[in-house]
Design a protein around this ligand. Sequence first.
Ligand code: ADP
Length: 401
Amino acid sequence: MIVLVINAGSSSVKYQVFNAVEEKVLAKGVVERIGMSGAILTHRPTGGKEVRLSGEILDHKMAIEYVVSILLSKNHGVIKDKSEIDAVGHRVVHGGEAFSKSVLITEEVMAEIRACIDYAPLHNPPNLKGINAAKTLLPEVPQVAVFDTAFHQSMPAHAYLYGLPYTLYKRHGIRRYGFHGTSHRYVSERAAELLQQPVDSLRMITAHLGNGASVAAVHGGKSVDTSMGFTPLEGLLMGTRCGDMDPAIILQIMHKEELTLNDANTLLNKHSGLQGVSGLSSDMREIEEEYDESKRAKLAHDIFTYRLKKYIGAYAAAMGGLDVLVFTGGIGENSPMVREHATKGLEFMGIQVDTELNEGTSKNERLISSGDSVAKVYVIPTNEELVIARDTKRIVDEIKS
Ligand code: ADP
């Protein structure tokens, strides 16, 4: 079964083509600068050369047309005919309370995704554009939606509700939803496989640390808490997002700096986090390069790892202990320094990272805790596209049988 996985953003479409039976990637790529000058398609067939094509790509439909045509192309293609695509799997950011798992896309599902636009105004509209474009170009092909929020729908009410009037939850859906669910789910399942223990027996903390960053408490394979909330702004310090803070600060800075709602939104989402604290960069590599030279780079890094450590402690308390800690995402997978700082001093709760294993530069999944660490600590590269391809295959197999 060939599955095309699509992740449609506001001006980009990322894609991967899977042989979903063998779980092999046949090709992957990205269309960037959609609707702008200099739009570009970068395509990499597995084992082949990277190709770059530029053209006028006005919208998501044209972008996916380009993708399908390069998949069919004589020199760089991986399929001979459009009909070889058996299913399309879409990443959808927000599924609200309507979706606790991946679903076949129907008109009702589209309406629910539309109803969640208020919660994810920057993400759900381009996700819908990607779905509409794929439906138009491949009308006979089943389409599946895989939601970032779905995995966290298992959170209990005491974890997902804020201390606000309950009517606001009922009226406007103000609650914690959590994000990166596909990644937290993948790495938690993978860690259980590596440990050769059933996931339902384990208390895990998964730390997805990329430009956006979140931690999840996964008890018995189910998310019971996570650090992102109503939006991806809550929780850890991130590349450009502030994470947790006293909500009264927003009122104060809007007043003092005479900011509009829009300005405040931009400040908290785009000019805060590592970027805002360091004044240097939102990129963890650059922060680490300057750690010894720049006081503010050090401060940004220290806030990042201190907050991460607090969440690890909090979630171990929430689950009554910890069996597995997993690091993933660009920072989680590649920064020994973040992993070291975030776990230092946690020996009292059974976390002991082995210095040598932590420093290792392998890109593969690996155990980094020492032999006598009670909790196992893993680095597991995330693979959200594989989860989307798997879910898509499973759902399409179910409707066929
Ligand atoms: P996104 O959330 O956009 O998918 P990624 O998961 O790719 O982002 O993570 C990007 C982050 O990973 C950046 O802050 C980058 O600096 C960081 N990163 C990548 N490689 C390293 C490294 N070797 N050391 C420290 N940080 C790294």
